[in-house]
Design a binder for this molecule. Structure first.
Ligand code: GUN
Length: 318
């Protein structure tokens, strides 16, 4: 059996089209949702991420602003930047790109963001709202995984779901989202015993532990839906061979380029899973999409007193 490939790019395009419609309605009602990105210093990977986020804003007609404090910024200076954005009524979403330089107290900065504008969903208030089932902003990667499952018609209610990884920004919110969707959820981590046995009972597996090709094909119940959150760049030839020996075309690409991107799920899982997100092209495209969705949702929730009630897209409803 070969798994159905869950195409994150196709789902992203669907959601962005819906968001564009919603932004048009809000803008016509006098509300132009806006995202402010704070990019500290000149980390090339962060610059690339932020550039993609600003480009996505343009794609759905969201207003965007980019602030670029220098790498030498202090915690207090950055707090002042965040507080200005908290007060700015044209800013619906605030994104502080991570990592921050070592002299900056990252937790203090993230907790200074107004939870109503916390479109990354990193603020403990938003994690608490999610835990207690109240409306709030959910971290983008787990929200994107849920959208993939929903839009692919995968039955969550009553399913046995296993989440591998317990981070505050992926594993924990993912488990809560699945639980609220009426799955029976097990969270696994580095100290879990008999992991293959637990995974074998799962109808839905979300792999988010950050270990290349860790989840083995024969751990997966035949037909299960597997969501692979991992993005691991492999540069070692023996490792590439171990993971891609059944994929000669990908191995060839590795040899030409010297690196390859793989998930936390062994690529051979395509032969046991019923549905599988590819890496790249599965969860990856959804993260920025959900950032756009959260910005529109933040605009709607925060400015609700203006009694604007455009049609909610399923991407932003919770
Ligand atoms: N750095 C890498 N990924 C992310 C993300 O999703 N949000 C923020 N703020 N920084 C990041």
């Amino acid at each position: 059996m070969t798994a159905r490939i869950l195409d994150g790019q196709k789902i992203r395009d669907e959601i962005l089209a819906e968001l564009k419609d919603e932004v048009r309605l809000l803008t016509a009602a006098g509300i132009r949702p806006g995202l402010a990105a704070v990019l500290v210093g000149e980390n090339p990977a962060s610059q690339l991420y932020v550039k993609s986020k600003i480009a996505a804003c343009e794609q759905v007609d969201l207003a965007s602003a980019l602030l670029t404090p220098p790498a030498t910024v202090t915690t207090l200076e950055l707090l002042a930047v965040v507080e200005d954005l908290n007060r700015d009524n044209n800013v619906d979403g605030i994104l502080v790109q991570l990592p921050l330089p070592p002299q900056v107290d990252t937790k203090r900065i993230l907790e200074a963001v107004d939870p109503a504008k916390d479109v990354d969903g990193f603020h403990p208030v938003n994690l608490g709202r999610l835990a207690s089932g109240r409306p709030g902003l959910v971290a983008c990667t787990p929200a994107g995984c849920l959208e993939i499952l929903r839009r692919s018609g995968i039955l969550i209610e009553g399913a046995n779901a296993v989440v591998l990884g317990r981070s505050d920004i992926v594993g924990k919110p993912m488990a809560l989202l699945l639980m609220h969707a009426n799955a029976t959820v097990t969270i696994c981590h580095s100290k879990t015993r008999d992991l293959p046995e637990i995974v074998r009972r799962a109808d839905i597996v979300v792999a988010a532990m950050g270990k290349a090709g860790f989840l083995q094909s024969d751990w997966i119940k035949p037909g299960a839906a597997v969501i692979d959150v991992g993005t691991n760049t492999i540069k070692d030839a023996a490792e590439a061979e171990r993971l891609l020996h059944n994929f000669p075309a990908r191995l060839e690409k590795f040899r030409a380029k010297g690196s390859v991107l793989v998930g936390d799920v062994h690529p051979d899982a395509v032969n046991t899973a019923g549905a599988l997100t590819p890496v790249p092209g599965g969860v990856g495209p959804m993260t920025i999409t959900m950032l756009m969705s959260n910005t529109v949702k933040a605009a709607r929730l925060r400015r609700a007193s203006l009694r604007i009630s455009p049609t909610q897209s399923t991407a932003t409803a919770r």
